[in-house]
Design a protein around this ligand. Structure first.
Ligand SMILES: [Mg+2]
Length: 210
């Protein structure tokens, strides 16, 4: 069974039509520009483009009111406006006939808009969103434990496939699941991942071998 991450694993987040984020960028510019300076604004915006939103908020600690405005801006983004596609090698992932579960971190409505825009929802037996606003947030490790229970399999019968060494790869290897890191420019190569790949073309060889 395969457990997939979404952002930068199935598609490249930097290909999202950037104009959809204009309202968020305006909010960040206004708040950090007034409170700090242009250097801080540049730093926060650069983090916004490269890091998960919950990491950005944790690093730069805006007040709840700013956080809520950002959330509302993201909630208003429609899937049609995102203009994203899966990586060209997505077909090789789809070709692996094991059941797949999608586990993604981010605001629920925004993650759902991406999934619809990519047209991939039917490729997964389950889609689980790890929303940073959830009061009883399980994080990826808690969600993986739940999946192990639900499907009543041994941890090593699961393949975790993702780009982030500190998120799904770390959580999966701690639980004894098999891990495959998809290499990206943004993330460092994981020391824990069982395999590191550059393309889904490599999956068949790895998964069939085991
Ligand atoms: Mg990712």
């Amino acid at each position: 069974m395969l457990i997939l991450d979404l952002d930068n694993t199935i598609y490249n987040t930097s290909t999202i039509n950037r104009t959809v984020f204009s309202p968020v960028i305006e909010v960040l510019k206004k708040y950090y520009g007034n409170k700090y300076n242009e250097t801080k604004v540049t730093e926060v915006i650069s983090d916004f483009w490269t890091k998960p939103i919950d990491v950005v908020l944790k690093t730069h600690c805006p007040p709840k009111s700013v956080e809520n405005t950002i959330f509302k801006c993201l909630e208003n983004i429609r899937s049609d406006d995102l203009k994203i596609n899966p990586y060209p090698d997505y077909a090789y992932l789809k070709g692996i006939l094991q059941p797949k579960v999608l586990v993604t971190s981010g605001y629920e409505s925004f993650q759902n808009a991406k999934i619809i825009a990519l047209g991939i929802e039917k490729d997964f037996v389950d889609v689980i969103i790890d929303d940073p606003r959830a009061s009883n947030r399980l994080f990826k490790s808690g969600i993986f434990e739940k999946i192990i229970d639900t499907y009543n399999k041994m941890p090593e019968e699961f393949w975790i496939i993702g780009d982030n060494p500190d998120s799904e790869i770390l959580a999966g290897s701690k639980l004894g699941m098999k891990t495959i890191q998809r290499k990206t420019r943004e993330c460092e190569v994981s020391m824990q991942a069982d395999y590191v790949i550059e393309s889904f073309v490599e999956l068949e060889r790895i998964i069939d071998k085991e």
